[in-house]
Write a protein that binds this ligand. Structure first.
Ligand code: RIB
Length: 288
């Protein structure tokens, strides 16, 4: 990527410990499956996006709440080891760190249940947003905190409206880049056609579309990959798109890079398996 500058990014969002059970097939309601292999991974949409942006060369600070339990260190371990700024992560006494129970089928699809723990206690009063080029939020922390992150300061604001829920109009009004999949787009509903910023709609293996002011400006497909685990693919996509746009890449190149980041993230197990900038550069050169 020929980036014009290294962006500074604050990610305001969730930190979870992911307990992942790999199964051949998802059980149907009332069924028990007995072939699971269980592993633990750091996760949370916020933490995954912070790591993904850091791996793509941004200067990243993670603003989040964790509990005062051993799960907090485990959940933050990869961010800490790789050098994301965690000075904005608060450890709350008497609260559990967020926990996600994740089933991953042999197809790579997942089902996720989240117990938010400390993420739910990340109230706006706890948010001290540094001056940054861009802030990224998701919807695993209170909406009032998302609102504060969107409106405090003059940064480029990216909202990954996941998990699916309605978003107040005032937050959308302050959003420069909205990233949704088709389910999340439906949850935003009637407000979406009036959205004036950049809108990225992801469609899994079919790629993604980028529009501005309701007009399509780019469309891209992901490279063909062997899918192991789709968990965190949307997080890698969101981070890569934000980093690329804020670095000055044109919309088509930025979207293609984000699709490639999402695809590469599915080739490895766990939600923090997003690629390095060099891997994307190499893939881009290979694909021409
Ligand atoms: O986007 C994937 C993430 O969603 C997982 O890491 C899990 O923690 C949930 O927040």
């Amino acid at each position: 990527m020929t980036a014009e500058r290294t962006p500074s990014i604050a990610v305001v969002g969730s930190v979870n410990l992911d307990i992942v059970a790999r199964v051949q097939q998802f059980p149907v309601p009332g069924e028990t499956v007995t072939d699971a292999v269980v592993e633990r991974f750091p996760g949370g949409k916020g933490a995954n996006q912070a790591l993904a942006a850091h791996r793509l060369g941004a200067r990243v600070s993670m603003l989040a709440c964790v509990g005062d339990d051993p799960a907090a260190d485990e959940a933050l371990s990869v961010l800490r080891d790789e050098g994301v700024d965690l000075s904005g992560c608060q450890r709350l006494a008497g609260v559990s760190t967020g926990l996600a129970l994740i089933l991953v089928a042999a197809s790579g699809e997942n089902q996720i249940v989240v117990a938010p723990g400390a993420n739910a206690a990340f109230e706006p009063a706890r948010l001290a947003l540094p001056e940054v080029d861009a802030a990224i939020c998701q919807l695993e922390v209170p909406m009032a905190t998302v609102h504060r992150a969107a409106t405090a300061g003059r940064h480029f604001f990216c909202l990954n409206a996941a998990p699916a829920r309605a978003v107040p109009g005032e937050v959308l009004d302050h959003t420069d880049l909205l990233v949704v999949n088709e389910v999340e787009a439906a949850a935003i509903g009637d407000q979406l056609p009036g959205f004036r910023g950049l809108l990225a709609v992801t469609q899994g293996a079919r790629g993604a579309m980028l529009s501005r002011d309701g007009r399509e400006i780019a469309r891209a497909s992901p490279p063909a990959v062997e899918v192991v685990d789709t968990t965190g693919a949307g997080d890698a996509f969101t981070a890569a798109l934000t980093v690329a746009l804020v670095s000055g890449l044109d919309p088509q190149a930025a979207l293609a890079r984000a699709c490639a980041a999402g695809a590469l993230a599915t080739t490895r197990l766990g939600a923090q398996s997003s690629p390095l900038a060099a891997e994307l550069d190499h893939l881009g050169a290979t694909l021409g």
